[in-house]
Design a protein around this ligand. Structure first.
Ligand SMILES: NC(=O)c1ccc[n+]([C@@H]2O[C@H](COP(=O)([O-])OP(=O)(O)OC[C@H]3O[C@@H](n4cnc5c(N)ncnc54)[C@H](O)[C@@H]3O)[C@@H](O)[C@H]2O)c1
Length: 324
């Protein structure tokens, strides 16, 4: 039986990744400090280790046991906050990963699947974004992801640790079978914010600008269903293991939805009022941001299956309704 260690596996995306590997018959171990993850996101079929990436000795101990691979999702992810406290993001994201790479270097585990981000690209110079697009992160969070990608390239050369850097676009939705019950903590993405308005937890959605050169004037983003994202981790791991070669791919859908389209879909699905206010554009926000998924399609033989707007919104609403 193949084994996988999922660091950050109690979090929003990590819990879905754990499900994908469990479904594929892997022995799954989740390591998480539960700072943002939730106990309720831990599955009884997986082993749980309560530990922190900052604890070098704990990591060395955990990795004394060989795994077929590690999925590394543990990070701070609020781009705005990263511009205010870059030191916190350096310690958590960069030092945390370095501790992991040190422990991997001293272990028999030789594959790491890393949660990178579309934030490594910065302002799009052309669309759809492909992997050859220049890398100019606009925020410190994106910078930490890019730095980690560089470290992975070096550790591949120097220590033969093979990696997959997966550059996610906007993760959204919940397990269509309703097995992930824990809501993402302090979400900053549009769909959870719209849900909080639908449940009455927030008064309204702030729409940042309606004068962009898009059909309805609001920003367009690429939303990828978290179950599609999770399947891509499994495919990426299998690809790296079979081919013995590292890879970097975008995980997006090839198309985007506007802010108003998302609000309208949520109104239809929830049958609730979703008031919104048009406010000023945010500096640095492009009109449109979406990825090609060609490289991931070819390399991983992966296609998004759940990323249509209705599935994104309805699977999220189901969990919000249950948690109300
Ligand atoms: N959500 C998105 O749209 C998105 C987009 C691009 C990239 N990403 C990346 O994907 C990864 C997962 O994101 P998410 O949305 O699931 O976030 P999340 O906060 O729900 O999950 C992160 C998990 O890591 C754990 N963790 C954090 N620091 C830790 C530490 N020092 N030691 C052990 N565990 C720790 C948290 O408790 C949590 O369970 C992150 O690396 C994030 O940067 C997310």
């Amino acid at each position: 039986m193949k084994s996988i260690l999922i660091i950050g596996g109690a979090g929003y995306i990590g819990s879905h990744v754990a499900l994908s590997f469990l479904e594929a018959g892997y022995a799954v171990t989740v390591l998480d400090n539960l700072s943002a993850g939730r106990q309720i996101n831990l599955f009884k079929e997986a082993r749980f280790i309560h530990a922190d990436l900052q604890d070098r000795m704990a990591l060395q101990n955990v990795l004394k046991e060989p795994y077929d691979g590690v999925v590394h999702l543990a990070a701070l992810k609020a781009a705005g906050e990263s511009m205010i406290v870059p030191e916190k993001y350096s310690i958590q994201n960069i030092n945390g990963t370095m501790n992991l790479l040190e422990a991997l270097s001293n272990s028999k585990t030789r594959i790491i699947i890393f949660s990178s981000s579309a934030a490594v690209y910065g302002m799009p110079q052309y669309l759809p974004l492909d992997e050859k697009h220049p890398l100019n992160p606009l925020n410190f969070y994106g910078f930490t992801k890019l730095e980690i990608e560089h470290f992975l390239e070096w550790f591949d050369q120097l220590k033969e640790i093979r990696y997959a850097s997966l550059r996610y676009f906007n993760a959204a939705g919940y397990d269509p079978q309703g097995r992930v019950k824990g809501l993402e903590q302090n979400p900053a993405n549009l769909i959870p914010i719209v849900m909080e308005v639908a449940t009455g937890e927030r008064q309204r959605v702030d729409v940042y600008g309606n004068d962009y050169p898009t059909p309805d004037g609001t920003g367009i983003r690429d939303y990828i269903h978290v179950t599609d994202l999770a399947h891509a981790h499994l495919k990426a791991f299998e690809c790296v293991q079979e081919q013995g070669q590292s890879l970097t791919v975008n995980l997006g859908t090839g198309k985007g939805y506007s802010v108003l389209e998302v609000i309208e879909a949520a109104r239809t699905v929830s049958n609730r009022k979703i008031p919104y206010t048009i406010v000023d554009r945010r500096p640095g926000d492009p009109a449109e941001l979406y990825s090609t998924s060609e490289k991931a399609n070819q390399l991983l033989k992966w296609q998004p299956q759940f990323s249509d707007l209705n599935m994104l919104v309805s699977s999220t609403w189901k969990v919000y309704e249950e948690n109300m």
